[in-house]
Design a protein around this ligand. Structure first.
Ligand code: NAD
Ligand code: TDX
Length: 332
């Protein structure tokens, strides 16, 4: 058995990664470390708690991370403050977790000579123009826009520096926008689905012409495993599945799939500094590691995601009023 320490395993992507790994890669013995912030939900792992070890704790806790890293073979680092809008309200938790937390993991990995895979985002590259024929590649210069994306960019640079200066055994991946089950209802797609289920009009920031490159969370997970298996140490791989769509198109599709009038949504205040477009060129991952996405039909993926939120109202309902009240303060 290979021991795998998963940080942030009670969050959206982390918990999907735990489920994916248990199902598809039984050779891993999993420990999750998660602080259970507002975004971490132990219910996400309820059905598998007997198959994993779960530690409630902070990745900034040097003693705890030293101990956990010393006992593992590989660390897969998902834990982060992850929401752009929150980072505009209060950047400090982002600076703490994304930068200090990552540095804490790097020091433990260096001391105990362990393998690390660092999870990051395409937002580190800033944004593209709508009519730009280029996509992000591994050589696009870093140019982050928000407190969230700049702290993720900083965390990537820390990992790269520890690789170069100390020779740690690390890989990095930068993925585009994920969707699927267990995503917090502050995020775009679950917010609109749960709005409709709560008889609230969907909320589109600004004009809604901003483009995101959507990927199903399990395609992200299979790509991370491909990199852990065969990725070259010290390398960064972009993960994306050619899922570019603008926000207006997504809201209209959700409304239609939920049997509503596709124009029944509201334009609300735009996000300050709102990135216009993300688009990933995943050629390196595809050609070097032979990875292919499985969930390429966005309409079917959205339908299944809508079904999940419809079937799991208990998972999100208690949070809904609070999330919407916080958006309402900003006219969003
Ligand atoms: P999330 O907010 O749903 O989950 C984050 C998890 O980290 C939560 O369980 C939270 O409790 C935990 N956490 C936060 N601070 C912690 C700390 N100090 N110590 C221990 N645990 C802590 O986020 P997500 O959407 O699942 O994103 C996971 C990772 O993937 C992040 O690194 C994010 O930058 C990256 N990413 C996300 C997307 C996306 O579309 N959601 C796309 C690309 C990359
Ligand atoms: O109510 C909304 N209305 C709206 O139009 C919300 C919540 C968002 N939006 C827009 C903003 C973005 O253009 O939808 C798009 C997606 O928004 P988010 O779900 O907040 O995602 P984004 O800011 O693109 O970042 C996401 O993808 C990259 C994740 O939250 C990050 O963690 C990841 O790094």
């Amino acid at each position: 058995m290979t021991k795998m320490l998963i940080t942030g395993g009670a969050g959206f992507i982390g918990s999907n990664f735990v489920h994916y790994t248990l199902k598809n890669r039984p050779e891993y013995e999993i420990t999750v470390i998660d602080k259970l912030t507002y975004a971490g939900n132990p219910d996400n792992l309820q059905s598998v708690l007997e198959s994993i070890e779960f530690v409630t704790g902070d990745i900034c806790d040097q003693k705890l991370m030293d101990e956990l890293v010393s006992q593992t073979d590989i660390v897969v680092h998902f834990a982060a403050e992850s929401h752009n809008d929150n980072s505009l309200r209060d950047p400090w938790p982002f600076i703490q977790t994304n930068l200090v937390g990552t540095a804490t993991i790097l020091e433990a990995v260096r001391k105990h000579d362990k393998r690390l895979h660092h999870i990051s985002t395409d937002e580190v590259y800033g944004d593209l123009e709508l009519d730009d024929s280029n996509k992000f590649t591994e050589s696009t210069p870093y140019n982050a826009s928000s407190p969230y994306s700049s702290t993720k960019a900083g965390s990537d640079l820390l990992v790269k520096a520890w690789v170069r200066s100390f020779g740690i055994k690390a890989t990095l991946s930068n993925c585009s926008n994920n969707y699927g089950p267990y995503q917090h209802i502050e995020k775009f797609i679950p917010r609109q689905v749960t709005n409709i289920l709560s008889d609230i009009q969907p909320k589109l920031y600004g004009t809604g012409e901003q483009v995101r490159d959507w990927i199903h969370v399990d395609d992200h997970n299979s790509a991370v495993h491909a990199i852990i298996d065969n990725g070259r140490l010290g390398e960064l791989y972009l993960i994306g599945a050619n899922g570019e769509q603008n926000n207006k198109y997504i809201v209209e599709m959700i409304l239609e799939l939920m049997g509503k009038d596709s124009s029944d949504y509201e334009h609300v205040n735009d996000r300050p500094g709102h990135d216009m477009r993300y688009a990933i060129d995943a050629s390196k991952l595809r050609t070097e590691l032979g990875w292919e996405p499985k969930y390429t039909n966005l309409r079917e993926g959205l339908q299944a995601t809508i079904q999940w939120y419809t079937d799991n109202t208990d998972w999100w309902q208690a949070e809904k009023a609070k999330v919407e009240a916080s958006y309402a303060e900003k006219g969003q």
